[in-house]
Write a new protein. Structure first.
Length: 671
C-alpha cells in the first residue's frame, strides 16, 4: 500500500478500503513492516467530541501532532519537532492540549526517557514548554521557555475531566524525589501561564503514589517505607486521611484500582483456591472490600479499568481475560457496543466516548484482532448532516496485511506437577502439520506475558515459518496469586520446567516438530540460557538479548556496576522472590547461567544494549567470557546507546534480521 504523504490523509475514506486490497507475497514481509513505528501512534478525541488529535510520522521523519476538525475533516499541523517525537497527548480543554517529546534516535539508554511537558492550542499557537526534557535544552523549535520551567522529574498525575461551562486550564503533576525513596509531591500546573499551586493537602509521610477522582481530587495516598506499603483514604469534603491497610509489600490485603466521582473506591482482592483477584467496591463502614464482588473473571485476575467520563458513577468496566471486552452499565453505550461488534465481528472493538450516553455522543472506536493491529473509526450519534455515522480514521499500521498474519490461540495445559499452565500459540493460518518451533519466553518475570491481539515479535517469527510457543510460566501475573507465588525462588527450576513442558505439549499436539529453539529478552533471556543448560535435548539453539546472566550480581549489586535496581528492592523483595544470597547460596549458583556456561553446547546468539541500567552490559560480557573459556563462542552483538530495549528503529530491524538468519541456520523452516 502506498504511504500517504499528506497530514490530511490520516482521515480518508479511501484509506480503509485500500487496506482490504490483499495481494499475495512470494516472500514474507520484511522485518521493517513489523518493527518500525506505527503509522498512527495515538488518537484522542477532544472533550466536546468535535476534534481528533492524532500523532503520526506519515510524510515526516518524526512523529508529530495533528488535530482534525471532525465536521470538515480539515487538519491542523499542531506540533512537530526536529529532535524528538510527540507522545502522551491529552486534551486539557477543547482549546488546549498537552504532550511530551521523546527522542529515541540516540537509543533507549541515553538520558531521554523523561519527555518533559508542552502545551499548545489545536491550531499550533501559544506553544509553551512547561517541564524540562531530561538532558535537553529549554527552548526547542519555537516553543517558548522561561525561568520557571519545572525540572524533568515532574510527571503527570491527572488531567481533570472537563465539565460543561468549565474553562479549566490546569493539570495535576507529581514531583518525584531524586533519592531512593521516590516520594511524590503533588502540585497543580496552569498550562497557559506555567504557574503552579499546591493542592493544600497534608500528605502522609513517604507517599510515593496517588489515586485521584476524575477531577484530580487526591483520594488515595500510597506510602512505602522499609519494605512496607500502606494506603490512606481521604473522602469527599474531608481533610484527614483514613488508613486502608499497612502490610509488607508482597502481602497487601487488596489493590487500589480506581475512584469515581461519587466517592466510591474500587479495589481488587484475591478470592478462591487459586487466588484470582476480583473487582469489588470498598465498604467504608466495614473497612474492608464488599463481600460480593462486582466483577469475577474465573481463571484470571481482574485486569482492566473502571470507565468514568467525569460526571458521576462508573459507566462500565473494561475487562481483560484471554482477550479484552467491555461491560457497559448505560443502555446507550450497551447499544453502541453491540452495533460495533455487529459491524466488526470477531474483533475487539474498544470504545472511547465523549458526552457519553448523551444524544450528541461521539466515540472513537479501535477495532483490532490477532491478525490486525487495528483500524480506527469515529462514531457520531448526531453529526452535522443529522444521522448517526461511522467514519474511518485509518489503520494503525498501513503495511500489515491481515491475510498474511498468523492466528493467536490461548490454551491451558497441565505442567508436570499438575499446576495449571496457560500458554499462547502463534502460527500461520495456512500451516499444515508440525512446524519448527520457537519458544518465546516473556520478560519480567513478574508480569503477564500476553493478551489476545497482534504482537510484532511473535508475528515476525511466525511469518518466517515457525510455530511460536509463549508459556505463562509460574511467577507470571494475571492468573491468580497461587500461580504468581509458585514462582518465588524458582528461577531456573519449576519456572524453567514450565517452559519445557509447554514445548513438549506443543510437540505432542502436532503443533511443533522436534526442531526447536528458545529465545527471549531480560528474564526471557535468562530462561533461554537456563533452557540450554537444563534441557539440551529440547533446543537446537538459543537467542538471548538483554539477558540476566549473573544472579549474584543481580541480587547483590556492585559498587562499580551502574544499575537501576534499588537498595530497597535488594533488601526487601528480591530475597523473597529470587533467593537470599547467604541462605540460598548453593541454589543461586546452580541456577546462575554464568556459573553453568560449560553445560551450554547449543549455538547461541547474545545481544545487549551498551547503556542498559536494568541489566548492565557486564552481564553479557561475563557470560561471553565464561562461554569462551568453556569452548563455546557465542554470536555476539551490542548496540551503542541502547538500554533495556532497542529504541532505534534501525536497531530493532537489524536485530530481528540477525535473529531470523540465526534461527534459519539451525531450524531450516519450510518457505
Amino acid at each position: 500500500m502506498k504511504t500517504l504523504k499528506r497530514w490530511g490523509s490520516v482521515i480518508a475514506g479511501a484509506l480503509l478500503a485500500a487496506a482490504f486490497a490483499q495481494t499475495a507475497r512470494a516472500t514474507p514481509p520484511p522485518a521493517e513492516v513489523f518493527f518500525k513505528d506505527a503509522d498512527i501512534a495515538e488518537a484522542v478525541l477532544s472533550p466536546n467530541g468535535r476534534q481528533l488529535a492524532v500523532t503520526t510520522a506519515r510524510g515526516t521523519k518524526r512523529t508529530g501532532l495533528a488535530v482534525f476538525d471532525l465536521a470538515t475533516g480539515k487538519p491542523m499541523r499542531t506540533a512537530q519537532f526536529s529532535d524528538g517525537d510527540v507522545s502522551q497527548v491529552h486534551w486539557v480543554n477543547d482549546n488546549r492540549l498537552i504532550f511530551g517529546v521523546v527522542d529515541m534516535s540516540d537509543g533507549s539508554g541515553r538520558p531521554n526517557g523523561q519527555p518533559g511537558l508542552f502545551a499548545v492550542n489545536p491550531d499550533g499557537s501559544q506553544m509553551h514548554q512547561l517541564v524540562r526534557r531530561m538532558g535537553r535544552p529549554v527552548v526547542i523549535n519555537g516553543a517558548s521557555g522561561n525561568d520557571r520551567l519545572l525540572n524533568w522529574n515532574h510527571r503527570l498525575l491527572r488531567v481533570p475531566a472537563p465539565r460543561v461551562g468549565d474553562a479549566n486550564e490546569e493539570v495535576l503533576l507529581a514531583e518525584m524525589s531524586l533519592d531512593e525513596r521516590h516520594t511524590a509531591t503533588p502540585l497543580w500546573l496552569n498550562t497557559r501561564t506555567g504557574r503552579t499551586r499546591s493542592p493544600d493537602i497534608a500528605a502522609p509521610r513517604d507517599t510515593v503514589d496517588w489515586v485521584t477522582d476524575s477531577r484530580g481530587e487526591l483520594r488515595v495516598a500510597i506510602t512505602r517505607r522499609e519494605g512496607r506499603i500502606a494506603a490512606f483514604w481521604r473522602g469527599p469534603g474531608r481533610e484527614d486521611w483514613q488508613p486502608l491497610f499497612d502490610s509488607p509489600e508482597l502481602h497487601t490485603p487488596f489493590g487500589i484500582r480506581a475512584v469515581d466521582d461519587a466517592g466510591q473506591l474500587y479495589v481488587t482482592q484475591a478470592k478462591g483456591q487459586n487466588g484470582e483477584t476480583v473487582l469489588s467496591r470498598y465498604d467504608f463502614e466495614r473497612r474492608a472490600p464488599e463481600a460480593k464482588p462486582m466483577v469475577v473473571t474465573p481463571g484470571f485476575n481482574f485486569q482492566g479499568a473502571v470507565l468514568n467520563d467525569g460526571f458521576g458513577a462508573a459507566l462500565g468496566v473494561r475487562v481483560v481475560t484471554d482477550g479484552e471486552s467491555t461491560v457497559w452499565f448505560h443502555p446507550m453505550l450497551k447499544a453502541l457496543q453491540q452495533e460495533a461488534d455487529d459491524r466488526f465481528p470477531g474483533r475487539v472493538n474498544r470504545i472511547d466516548c465523549r458526552r457519553c450516553g448523551e444524544p450528541g455522543m461521539t466515540a472513537l472506536v479501535r477495532s483490532f484482532s490477532d491478525r490486525d493491529p487495528g483500524q480506527l473509526w469515529v462514531y457520531q450519534a448526531l453529526p452535522p448532516e443529522g444521522e448517526k455515522s461511522w467514519r474511518p480514521v485509518g489503520r494503525v499500521r498501513d503495511d500489515i496485511k491481515p491475510s498474511e498474519m498468523a492466528t493467536v490461540d490461548f490454551h491451558r495445559i497441565q505442567a508436570r506437577d499438575g499446576r495449571d499452565l496457560p500458554l499462547w500459540v502463534t502460527k500461520s493460518a495456512q500451516a499444515q502439520g508440525p512446524l519448527p518451533a520457537v519458544v518465546l519466553v516473556h520478560g519480567g518475570p513478574w508480569v503477564r506475558g500476553n493478551v489476545w491481539g497482534w504482537h510484532a515479535q511473535a508475528q515476525f517469527l511466525a511469518s518466517r515459518g515457525y510455530a511460536v510457543i509463549e508459556p505463562e510460566f509460574r511467577g507470571s501475573t494475571g492468573y491468580g496469586q497461587a500461580h504468581f507465588r509458585a514462582g518465588f525462588r524458582q528461577w531456573g527450576q519449576a519456572m524453567q520446567d514450565d517452559v519445557a513442558d509447554a514445548l513438549r505439549w506443543a510437540q505432542k499436539q502436532g503443533i511443533a516438530s522436534d526442531k526447536a529453539c528458545i529465545v527471549g529478552a531480560s528474564y526471557g533471556g535468562y530462561s533461554t540460557l537456563m533452557g540450554l543448560v537444563k534441557d539440551p535435548d529440547l533446543y537446537r539453539c538459543g537467542v538471548a538479548w538483554l539477558a540476566v546472566t549473573d544472579l549474584e550480581l543481580l541480587l547483590k549489586g556492585s559498587w562499580w556496576v551502574d544499575d537501576d535496581t534499588s537498595g530497597e528492592s535488594r533488601k526487601y523483595r528480591l530475597p523473597e522472590m529470587i533467593g537470599d544470597l547467604q541462605k540460598d547460596a548453593d541454589m543461586i549458583a546452580a541456577n546462575s547461567p554464568v556459573r553453568q556456561a560449560a553445560r551450554i553446547k547449543a549455538p547461541l546468539l547474545l545481544a545487549f544494549g551498551e547503556d542498559d541500567r536494568r541489566v548492565p552490559l557486564v552481564h553479557g560480557e561475563r557470560m561471553r567470557k565464561a562461554l569462551r573459556e568453556a569452548g563455546s563462542e557465542p554470536v555476539w552483538v551490542t548496540y551503542p546507546g541502547e538500554g533495556h530495549g532497542f529504541g532505534i528503529v534501525a536497531n530493532r530491524i537489524d536485530f530481528a534480521e540477525r535473529m531470523a538468519a540465526f534461527l534459519a541456520r539451525h531450524l531450516q523452516p519450510q518457505p
